[in-house]
Design a protein around this ligand. Structure first.
Ligand SMILES: [Zn+2]
Ligand SMILES: [Zn+2]
Length: 282
């Protein structure tokens, strides 16, 4: 297996990161849900929310270098793919991999877009149609990108740090994105923050992390789909200096409602929500 070949090396630009979405894989509205948040989103387009994803870009020009982290089912609303240099796929679940299908012949019929992923994701892509077609038709080119690997991207660097994650893949990739002046750590979807994850959050200036649920009793099947509840994360991270933004928020999570008590509490404690459209200059 080859090391990732990133081609684009530092051009002296500092890197910008744009938030493209901030909800859990199933989106808002969530299929089959009649909760207030979902019903409102069905009625009012501006209340709809896209799955968690980030765009790394050098600037807003049409031909700027662009890398996507997380290929969501909302990809066609999130980016204009005319120029897309690569996609980072942290693991093979709905919100992180299905957007790749829009790069195929039913979509933009892309040519050799680099897909940076670990071995479990590569195996998944190679063994399953219609993802396999993307590789066969050379719409995408898989680049192995494993624990400890790092690469230059438009004047910055992306380093992969793998964190254990149940479900389909063994690990999920998290990313330490290093610009000229700042580091941003992204771990959008995880079962729990282990010591390695906490250390990476501490190391970064900005962290965008899993905020799927507010509390453990928010849904009946929490044990089936465990995520670190925001209530507990805020307690665990109250003494960390890093500017922390929550993402991958479930439709059931009251922090999605701007006027909720939970949202107020979160902001009063100095935490943030990674709202779509936010930009970070690294
Ligand atoms: Zn997810
Ligand atoms: Zn709902």
């Amino acid at each position: 297996m080859m090391r990732a070949d990133f081609g684009i090396t530092g051009k002296g630009y500092s890197m910008k990161i744009e938030v493209l979405g901030n909800v859990q894989d199933g989106g808002v509205p969530h299929l089959g849900c009649g909760c207030k948040t979902c019903e409102e989103a069905r009625e009012k387009p501006r209340k709809r929310r896209y799955s968690t994803s980030l765009l790394l870009k050098e600037d807003d020009e049409d031909d700027a270098v662009r890398y996507l982290i997380d290929a969501t089912p909302d990809i066609r609303f999130q980016i204009n793919a005319t120029y897309l240099d690569g996609v980072f796929v942290p693991h093979s679940e709905l919100g992180h991999i299905t957007g790749l299908l829009y790069l195929g012949h039913e979509g933009i019929d892309a040519s050799k877009i680099n897909v940076y992923c670990n071995e479990p994701v590569e195996n998944f892509l190679m063994k399953n149609d219609p993802f396999r077609y993307l590789v066969d038709r050379e719409n995408i080119e898989i680049q192995s990108f494993e624990e400890g690997d790092s690469c230059d991207v438009q004047g910055g660097e992306v380093e992969v740090r793998e964190i254990p994650h149940s479900h389909i893949s063994r690990n999920t990739a998290s990313y330490m994105i290093k610009g000229e002046n700042k580091k941003l750590y992204y771990l959008g979807d995880i079962n729990e923050f282990n010591d390695d994850a906490i250390e990476s959050i501490e190391e970064a200036d900005i962290a965008i992390i899993d905020g799927t649920f507010w509390s453990r009793d928010e849904i009946d099947r929490f044990d089936e789909v465990p995520h670190p509840p925001i209530q507990e994360s805020m307690e665990a991270m109250e003494n960390i200096d890093t500017k922390i933004y929550f993402t991958h928020i479930n439709h059931t999570n009251p922090v999605l409602e701007e006027n909720s008590e939970e949202r107020k509490e979160l902001e009063e404690k100095g935490f943030h929500i990674a709202e779509k459209g936010l930009e970070f200059q690294l």
